[in-house]
Every structure is written in structure tokens, then in C-alpha cells.
Ligand binder design. Sequence first.
Ligand SMILES: Cc1ncc(COP(=O)(O)O)c(C=O)c1O
Length: 371
Amino acid sequence: MNYARMVIEKEAPEEYGYDRIRFNLSESSIADQRLSDIGFSLPDATLFYGEHRGDSELRHLVAAQASGLSADQVLITAGAAGALFIIATSLLSERDHLIVVRPNYATNIETPRAIGCQISYIDLDFDSGFLIDIEAVSRALRPNTRYISVTCPHNPTGTMMSGADLDALVALAERHGCYLLVDETYRDLSYGAQLPVAASLSPHAISVSSLSKAYGIPGIRIGWLVTRDASLYERFLAAKEQIGICGSVIDELVARRMLEHRTGFLEKVLPDMSHRRDIVQAWIDREPLAEWVRPQGGVVGFARLAVDSNFDLDLFHRRLLDEQGTYVGPGHWFEMSKRYFRIGYGWPTEEELIGGLQGVSTLLREANAGR
Ligand SMILES: Cc1ncc(COP(=O)(O)O)c(C=O)c1O
């Protein structure tokens, strides 16, 4: 495995220093929660090795999110990142081929790269509304394609595929005898109808999700994968056992508490996040030098600057942070031009969000005036 650090992680706000950022628009989750926010205090728990699959009550709560799933099809992992790592290392070798949609959350691309498999990228295009080209996915299939990797709701664009597109991808995987991996980490932050949990549709679909984004508790490192393919599950479990035997029993307790209160929590979060999306939309509407494809899920959008080729994008991002105190997710985090940047509208307070967007506008005016 040829590991290389991912730029999105190297430049993550927690690595840069939260105290050095005034308006943090670089995050992809809702605000971080405290134990007291979720009404939880730690009990005097026994710190044994937990169930290797993950606490069975917790797995029941995850399985209950879709009809037709059972707890023994759910594997609790160290965040969605842990699930993606297990899937890539279990399914891919240098001889195998992967189809992955780009841009994407880096782990969906970097672990396969570290393995050294062949990769076909399906690049999303701003001017096509970041829609997945299903025909292009179909054309990219090879005899040694092991899986097709998509994220929905998508990071960094916040766009969603339709139910018909999801069905078409499932059908492609079934016909081809490969898997469809759907990273559903933002699924609980869908503003319209949620797509089904992909794994509930077919044994050829694998779902991944976590509590990091919609629930704002990334520090407990709880995610999961779901598969109805029993032998595949066994292989994923073997990988988990070899990485760390089981998860943290404390983390799993907190996760249980959160999912037991899932409905009430999301009932508060979703209207708030939808309102924040409107705040960014209102900014886009009055800012002639920025545009976006309105997100349908998640708490991020991927804006594009309407600037000409002489515009110094490196300087813009440097000054945005140094002078305006605004940190966004620049395009190079996603292997794109810095003309694009991710706006995380769920993590900062409303005031910080507005302040950060104003910082972008102020700098755009100054840069355009040639300062
Ligand atoms: C699409 C997607 N998948 C997975 C992850 C990993 O999140 P975690 O491991 O905290 O669940 C992220 C984090 O940004 C993400 O955006």
C-alpha cells in the first residue's frame, strides 16, 4: 500500500488550528455537538472488547432506517472513512478496476490509488448540474471492474442523483456482476425525499454512512457499512478484526443514544440547514462573481467564481484566510481548479456564515479593482 496524505486532511481546519480561523466555512458537517447537547452523560460502562460487528442494539437502529435490512447486514466501523477503507482494501488489488465519480470525498479515491488498481474517473461538470452520466459509467465498465463508487448526497456539490439513476446503477452492477458502492454519509440531510438505502435494493449494492455529518459527532468515529451479501460481509468483518478487532464501546454507547433520538434531532436540524442553504442562495443571487448548483442535500455546496483567467486564485485563497479570516474548501481539495470552492453552511453560526460570505465578496471587489 502506497499511502500518501490527502490534501483535504493535511489542510483540514483542525490541522490548521481552529483558533486561527474567524469564519470557518470549510467544514462538511453540522456544528459539533457536546455530550450535554444530546442529553447524555457517560455511564459507568464496562470497558470490555465489544461485539466485533458492533453493538447489536446499534446495528438494529441502523438497519431500521430501511425496510428489508437486518442488523446482521450492518458492520459498525470507525467512521464512514473506516468503512470505505475496509471496502477498498477488501475488493481491490493491482489487477482490478474501479469506476469512481469525481470530484469526491478524497478517501473514495486515495485508498484505491494507494492499492494501485486501475481507475476510471467519471467527472462531474458544473454546467451539467453535476449530474452523473450513467451512460459514461456503463461505457467505463471492464471485465475486471470490481465496483462503481458514487456519493449521494454528494460531497462537495450537495447534488443528488434521482431514484431512477440509482436504480440504473444498481442494474448495471447486477448485470455486470460487480458492486455499487454508495457513500450515503449525508443521506439524513436530504431536503426533499431521501433515496432508499442502496444496500436494501440489491445484494450488489453496498451502503456506507456515519454519524459525523448529519449529527455533528465526528469525534466518536462511528460509521457503518451495509451489505446483504453474506460472504462479502464476512470478508469485511475479517478486515475490521484485523484492523482493530472491534470498535470503542464508549463510542458505540454515544451512537446508540444519538440514533435513539434520531427523529427528534433531525426534525430540528433539517429546517435549520435548509434555512442556511437559503442564506447562501441569497448571497449567490446578489454576488455576480459567484455561482453554484443549488444543493439538494448535505451541508455543502460547490461554488464557482466567475473570474477571468488572469485572476490570481492562489492569492485570492491566501488573502481570504489571512485578511478576511474566511476558510473555505478550495477546489484543489477535490482535484479541481481553485476557481471552485466548497462552502460548508452547516457548521458555522449563521452570523459566521454571513460574515464569511461577506469576506468572499469584499475580496472579490478588491481583487477586481486591482488592489
Ligand atoms: C462523502 C464522505 N464520506 C465519508 C466521509 C468520512 O467521514 P467520517 O469518517 O467522519 O464518517 C466524509 C467526510 O467528510 C465524506 O464527506
